[in-house]
Design a binder for this molecule. Sequence first.
Ligand code: FAD
Length: 694
Amino acid sequence: AQLDTLDVIVLAALLLGTVAYFTKGSLWGIPKDPYAGSYAMANGAGKAGKTRDILEKMDESGKNCVVFYGSQTGTAEDYASRLAKEGSSRFGLKTMVADLEDYDYGNLDSFPDGKVAIFILATYGEGEPTDNAVDFYEFITSDGVAFSQGGEATDNPLSNLRFVAFGLGNNTYEHYNSMVRRVNTSLEKLGAKRIGEAGEGDDGAGTMEEDFLAWKEPMWAALAEDMNLEEREAVYEPVFSVTEKDDLTADSDEVYLGEPTRNHLTGTSKGPYGAHNPFIAPIVESRELFTVKDRNCLHMEIDLSGSNSYYQTGDHIAVWPTNPGSEVDRFLSVFGLTSKRDTVISVKALEPTAKVPFPTPTTYDAAVRYHTEICAPVSRQFVANLATFAPSEAAKAEMTKLGGDKDYFHDKVSTRYLNIAQLLEIVGGKEPWPAVPFSLLIEGVNKVQPRYYSISSSSLVQKNKVAITAVVESLRIPGAPHVLKGVTTNYLLALKQKQHKDPNPDPHGLTYAIAGPRNKYEGIHVPVHIRHSNFKLPSDPTKPIIMVGPGTGVAPFRGFIQERSAQAKAGEKVGKSILFTGCRKQSEDFLYQHEWKDYKEILGENFKLVTAFSREQPQKIYVQQRLKEDAKEVNELLEQKGCFYVCGDAANMAREVSIVLGQIIAEQRGLPEAKGEEIVRMMRSSNLYQEDVW
Ligand code: FAD
């Protein structure tokens, strides 16, 4: 049969789509560097024709050490920068830091002898690489990994490659540090030579920073020996030049006051929106799901219309926060910058491989308020680095002691949840620290990271409107001088209060710049982007699902049930859905309790809600126990190829649920316990067991 024109067009479009999918757009010249066209360009990092050849890059910039990072929340990136700096200042290495997604890896087999590659790799979610490391990971771990000198296939194509590895993981997850472990195994299999141990940091035990510090000393010793490096006294060499611009003011059009990219600055913001380009979205609805002493939970609806961003039920939304004004003030005051807060600065990388983490020219105020993670925990290494710039001998001695003594640091800083400015206020007495170079602050304090939220609405029901369910972080630490306020959630709370014209819109005196840079967020807007996840309903709606989500872990399941209700209403057949959820007390913090009744009316027998209220009886009851009580039905649904989902607390709940499910399967099917565990593992690998935990 002859194809008519429409068929041809459709087929061509399909073919193009398929090619684009498999080549990930690489044939189309879609720039990998998402900053291209924005500020990195100004810094030379996003130059047209920028090379993806790491060997060429090292060669042309005279480097002999590259520190690659696979980072999701910025910690791995921070460790990479720190190692690069230390390698240069202590050992005279010519270092550069490299984002794994900025390069190709087919020519690693030509990595020159006498140079070294350091890999700092975070493991994300269920043992996955971070978003920026996916391509590298797939390349290096694939069975038929093909290098450019592939003609002569050798057993050890990477025998020239010297490498160092450190992983960031969380022992409460099933696949602890699997990224660094697998990459290490693959590199060794390909003949690469590892220097020192492959280190592992554990966020679950809260020892990440200490694990890193303990790993790096023997690593440096091994590397120094291997490469014949001589240690010298480290002197501070700034990575960035910071120039105050007398010819510009905060009102000048070209000055960034917190706008994330050039298009945002010029008012021509356009998609695609993503991790490097947020959409300034209106919050169309906000309310508190519960408010009890010191704890509250927000429900917000964020409108994506006009952004060309789409989401699917089960995806995440990232919220880009603004620091509280009270902490911005403290930070500027501690470093003697209060009177210069609106002074315009231009920041340039002093060497070609460093990236300025925010667009400039900008002001001190904007750099701190929008781009610097000033409220975060303090790194002990950074404290040691600051000692040189202390305002008095006493402060210098104290900083040196804190930097050098792990236990003392733990006692004085970690247990009191201090941020950097709070610590320096205490150590310096009344004295500010004006001698600290601003470059050191850019290097030593991470850049602000967007926070993720599991979307709590269904894209089938509200295509362009994303719901989030967030508990406002507020921690009163006994003996500590400050109440710890979560950055993003308190910002969202302030937005909610402003939206409701609360007479006291900022109850904790945090003084957020709600209207954003140049009032661009006026009318209750917030910068966001969507992150697609694998946490998905079965494509066949008749399949049963079992969901376990206590606390805010219930968020994506509200979306799931919303979706199944809509399907049922439209006359579709839907499978059984059981939701295990819980909180402290039904009367206090039970999320969406009235909605569940509506869904029950629509779904009838096909929806079962099982609750565990931990504090309503003398002994605590959690979802795990409820799961056991429903063992028979849970097992039956799994035997019908039901999907099992867990969302929420990774540290305890998710792990226990996984164990309990193994026991249930073993018991119900008359199998040994080990077999039950194996079945859960198999369910995970075939996506019948999915986790969305944090
Ligand atoms: P932050 O300022 O980031 O503080 C968070 C915590 O860090 C504090 O509680 C404290 O333990 C520690 N901390 C911060 N500062 C210090 C300091 N100076 N010293 C010591 N410790 C410190 N949350 C939800 O409520 N709902 C969801 O649906 C949801 N989904 C998520 C999905 C994913 C995939 C992920 C990764 C996370 C999710 N989260 C969710 C968590 C959320 O991303 C945020 O982590 C959370 O809201 C806190 O953000 P914050 O900026 O308010 O707090």
